[in-house]
Design a protein around this ligand. Structure first.
Ligand code: 3NM
Length: 217
């Protein structure tokens, strides 16, 4: 399958799932991803900053096969080498990682590349670099304990991004079942959610409820 051509349809599945084993109530990343897939998430990012490289590698080999079998897309946060080593579908980088042009050179043309943006300048830079990037993150919309030092950008920046982004966008940061309607009304079509999913007792039904909200808005 050509990933880039299929990306629009993956994004139309609404939720971008992200792992966070350290806040997952004792469940490991494998269990979390299994439940995300069962709930219908097709876009899954492995975000793991605490484990060593070997543990990350071994875990990602398993996750890659699970996600591939479920017809999903597997994105690795930050670690370009890991994404290449496990042949993930893509990489997600932040503003202080290697420049998108350089990461694109490293990962080749086929893999997806996502870039986090937090303000209008970063969005305009991403627009200028759009030949290297496949989608952008927009956030944190709300303050969030999952990324404690990040200043919330609120709806002003989301509105700007919805109107001006020349790439598909993913809204992120403090988005939960009880407030997701706000970002949907602001025009976000894809929403990344960490804590509200990984901390919920029943991840499958949480994801199903979130997807209902997205598709019945
Ligand atoms: N990136 P939660 S906010 C991983 O703004 C991440 O780029 C952000 O977690 C950004 O859904 C964030 O628990 C944390 O608030 C999102």
């Amino acid at each position: 399958m050509n990933l880039r051509a299929g990306m629009e349809s993956f994004f139309n599945t609404g939720i971008y799932g992200i792992t966070a084993e350290n806040i997952s109530n004792g469940r490991d990343n494998i269990e979390i991803v299994r439940d995300m897939l069962e709930g219908g998430i097709k876009f899954i990012q492995y975000r793991e900053k605490e484990k060593d490289a070997l543990s990350r590698y071994e875990e990602c080999l398993i996750l890659r096969d699970m996600i591939k079998q479920a017809g999903g897309v597997f994105i690795i946060d930050d670690f370009v080498d890991l994404a290449l080593a496990v042949d993930a579908d893509g990489v997600h980088i932040g503003q202080s990682d290697l420049p998108p042009r350089v990461v694109r050179k490293l990962i080749g043309r086929e893999k997806l590349l996502g870039l986090s943006t937090h303000n209008t300048e970063e969005l305009e830079q991403a627009n200028e670099l759009k030949k290297y990037i496949d989608y952008i993150g927009v956030g944190p919309i709300h303050a969030t304990a999952t990324k404690i030092n990040a200043e919330p950008v609120g709806f002003e920046y989301l509105d700007y991004a919805v109107k001006n982004a020349q790439l598909p966008l993913v809204a992120i940061g403090g988005i939960k079942e009880q407030n997701i309607d706000d970002v949907l009304h602001a025009g976000a079509k894809t929403v990344a959610i960490v804590s509200d999913i990984v901390q919920s007792e029943n991840i499958v039904s949480k994801v199903e409820r979130l997807r209902d909200k997205i598709f019945n808005k």
